[in-house]
Design a protein around this ligand. Structure first.
Ligand SMILES: CC(C)(COP(=O)(O)OP(=O)(O)OC[C@H]1O[C@@H](n2cnc3c(N)ncnc32)[C@H](O)[C@@H]1OP(=O)(O)O)[C@@H](O)C(=O)NCCC(=O)NCCSC(=O)CCCCCCCCCCCCCCC(=O)O
Ligand code: FAD
Length: 664
């Protein structure tokens, strides 16, 4: 047997559920499935969107090719009259970081959220037709996480009714904004507002960077690329930029003025809208990043699962086949929790999208009451899901053994493209510390204020602090109420313990800094409550299709009990579980893995990933791994000739002992 074609055919026959119905459950609805499937095939069948050769291209060629793909995609959007939703899917399936990500996910949302009605009327139609191309220039060489520490200045000049945008120091150079180095014509630049010598906080300004006719930078603007990033291909299709402003004048009406206004006379007016709305774009993008985590993790898991069914090692009896590596319990205990996590993140992402839509509608109606919770949820879940996904992709590489390290496995590029998600849109630790602030506040108010939303479980603080887990058998862990209560009790106990220790500090900020590592752990525990509860809520809905709900229940228990096993130190230290109960959870986990095993291939088929999206020989749908790996090796341009450049010059003289006289 040269490939694994028969193995995957056999595996698919073992499925105990309706794969087509699971595809719909994964997509969210039949309509969402059909839409997504149609766009995925459109991209997969278009040779311009080929991406297998991407890691072998030099930077300039890579970038030009990326510009070509974006132009081709835009042409398709117009010719096929694709909706905004379809265009988003098109970008997802093209699977190449590009300036359009910033245009659609940051520049436009920033104007929508922070612009006045007049500004929206002017800028949004231009941006939506791609007549201006915008980026999001917040981070500087010296500051990223600390937004209030940004140094770029926007000084109002009452003489000309303009703001003067200036980079006063080297460290104030804008650094990282995607799409800026070579493409964007405009940027939302975050700068310190200065009126009559007084600082009035950091605000966003629409600044034109390039001449729309010939694309040259405007006077006073120095702009360039910040250099190659991690991995071949990967994020290097994006032109992350550096910008220096030398007293660049922009009209007053290009300050985004929904939150605060500057009058013609140079007076600062603070509206009723809270200052935090300036950060609204980040709430939107963090929500989007959570939704995307399941897409990235499911890709890696799909590759590792298919390959684990094709790959065989050891255990051959009487010349028969060796054991499929997916049958090793260790392989299952590493792979199946990641498979379950992909589903868990899919469902929590769906819920977060709902939460964001609700907050957005409220904000439009000037109801800001749910913004703090939305901020804490998006920050915390962004941190949890991206960290787990980045680690999960790397684990999948190891699950594929040596072949996982080959670029043709599709995993190295996926990893290199994905890992910055742990840093951009807020470093993951800094984000968890935001959750910690929210939790500390919630806990300190417990005596007189009912917690709401995702912290509502803390209303039962007394019960959660005092009662203990009642599980006596492994079977008793198969109860969603029991599982969720365990997570809620652990989270409440960790948060309350942090609150009690904080109260001993005279200076709360000093206490917060001192206890920050514990606070991050308490925040993670709270975020895990959210993911686990949202999975349970999903299971309470009607889920059609033979066996679909049952398999999702299995995955829920795998996800939750795996986390419980991994963090059993917390569950034991807080006193909610006994060592015996933790051990029973682990026993149940092993039983659950055996329930996943026959369904593993069908569960990853349910992601409906095309071979184009996976771009992986190990993860091919047909399982034809070995012949294709062999073919790809000899198709590599490095194998064009048997004698590589440099052999005659540097190797042959060594073999002939003539190196001393060779010209090096
Ligand atoms: C959160 C901060 C660290 C806060 O700092 P401070 O403590 O200094 O606070 P402030 O004084 O500023 O404010 C305090 C106050 O405000 C509240 N707050 C803070 N943030 C928010 C918010 N967002 N919403 C609401 N409220 C907020 C806070 O809780 C306080 O409230 P109280 O006073 O009541 O306590 C902040 O400074 C911060 O956010 N820092 C991080 C900076 C950051 O995130 N920068 C992002 C730069 S842009 C960027 O990185 C772009 C990345 C590229 C993205 C590409 C777009 C593509 C999208 C799709 C992505 C898919 C990826 C998938 C890849 C693949 O699959 O291949
Ligand atoms: C691929 C990529 C694309 C990007 N695109 C854009 C873009 O389009 N526009 C844009 O404006 N920016 C962009 N960024 C910048 C990005 O948003 C920042 O890098 C990010 O917000 C982190 O900030 P930083 O670099 O200042 O990290 P730092 O804050 O310097 O972090 C360094 C370390 O310090 C720790 N740390 C920092 N503060 C604290 C604290 N208070 N407590 C405890 N630990 C702390 C962090 O955990 C981290 O370990 C991009 C970055 C990347 C990697």
């Amino acid at each position: 047997m040269e490939g694994g074609v028969d193995y995957l055919i056999d595996e698919r026959k073992k499925a105990q559920f309706d794969v087509e119905a699971m595809k719909v459950a994964w997509a969210g609805s039949r309509q969402a499935f059909e839409l997504s499937d149609r766009i995925a095939k459109l991209v997969a069948n278009d040779p311009i969107f080929e991406k297998f050769s991407r890691p072998m291209l030099g930077r300039k060629e890579l970038f030009k090719n990326s510009l070509r793909k974006v132009a081709h995609a835009w042409k398709l959007i117009i010719d096929l009259r694709l909706s905004e939703e379809e265009a988003k899917l098109l970008r997802h399936y093209i699977d190449e970081p590009a300036y359009t990500d910033l245009q659609w996910e940051m520049f436009i949302p920033a104007i929508e959220g922070q612009g006045t009605e007049e500004q929206k009327r002017k800028w949004l139609p231009l941006a939506r037709k791609m007549q201006v191309i915008g980026s999001y220039a917040q981070t500087e060489l010296g500051h990223g996480s600390n937004v209030q520490g940004l140094e770029t200045t926007a000084t109002f000049d009452p003489q000309t009714d303009e703001f003067v945008i200036h980079s006063p120091t080297l460290t104030s150079s804008k650094w990282w904004p995607g799409g800026t180095a070579k493409v964007s014509t405009h940027a939302i630049v975050y700068a310190r507002l200065i009126l009559d010598g007084q600082f009035h906080g950091v605000h966003g300004f629409i600044v034109q960077l390039r001449n729309l006719e010939n694309h040259t930078p405007l006077p006073g603007i120095t702009v360039g690329d910040i250099g190659m990033k991690f991995g071949n291909g990967a994020y290097n299709t994006m032109d992350n930029g550096v910008i220096r402003f030398n007293h660049v004048h922009i009209p007053r009406n290009q300050m985004l003025m929904r939150v605060s206004q500057v009058t013609r006379e140079g007076k600062f007016v603070q509206s009723d809208v809270p200052r935090q709305l300036l950060y609204g774009t980040m709430v939107y993008v963090r929500q989007k990043i959570v939704a995307d985590a399941s897409k990235a993790l499911s890709r890696a898991v799909c590759i590792a699962t298919r390959y684990s069914a094709v790959r065989r090692q050891f255990g051959s009896r009487n010349g028969g086949p060796e054991i499929q590596v997916i049958d090793y319990k260790t392989q299952q205990s590493r792979l199946f929790p990641l498979l379950a996590s992909a589903y868990a993140f899919r469902f929590v992402g769906e819920w977060l999208k709902w939460l964001y839509t609700d907050v957005k509608q409220r904000l439009e109606a000037n109801d800001f009451s749910t913004l703090p919770e939305a901020h804490a949820c998006t920050a915390g879940l962004k941190s949890l899901t991206t960290s787990a996904t980045a680690d999960g992709i790397e684990e999948c590489r190891k699950l594929c053994g040596g072949h996982g390290y080959l670029v043709s496995s599709g995993i190295p590029e996926l990893f290199a493209t994905y890992v910055p998600a742990c840093t951009f849109e807020g470093d993951n630790v800094v984000m968890m510390l935001q959750v910690a602030r929210f939790l500390v506040k919630t806990v300190s108010e417990l005596g007189y204020k009912q917690p709401v939303g995702t912290t509502a479980y803390m209303r039962r603080v007394t019960a959660l602090m005092q009662s203990n887990c009642a599980v006596r058998t492994a079977e008793e862990w198969l109860n969603p109420g029991v599982v969720v209560e365990a997570f809620e009790a652990r989270s409440t106990r960790m948060a309350v313990a942090c609150g009690q220790r904080l109260a001993k500090f005279e200076n709360p900020e000093e206490g917060f800094a001192e206890l920050s590592a514990d606070l991050v752990e308490a925040s993670l525990a709270h975020c895990q409550v959210i993911v686990v509860s949202k999975f349970v809520e999903k299971l309470q809905q009607e889920i059609p299709g033979k066996g679909v709900k049952r398999l999702l229940e299995v995955l829920f228990y795998v996800y939750a009990l795996f986390l419980l096993h991994k963090h059993q130190g917390d569950f034991l230290a807080t006193g909610y579980l006994t060592p015996k109960q933790a051990s029973l959870a682990n026993d149940q986990l092993r039983i659950l893995y055996s329930k996943v095993r026959p369904n593993a291939i069908a569960l990853v088929d349910s992601f409906n990933h095309t071979d184009h999206l996976l771009s992986s020989i190990l993860g091919r749908y047909d399982g034809n791994v070995y012949p294709k790996l062999y073919e790809a090796a000899f198709n590599d341009p490095f194998n064009d000739s048997d004698i590589a450049d440099g052999i005659h010059q540097y190797v042959q003289p060594m073999l002939r002992q003539e190196l001393h006289s060779a010209k090096l």
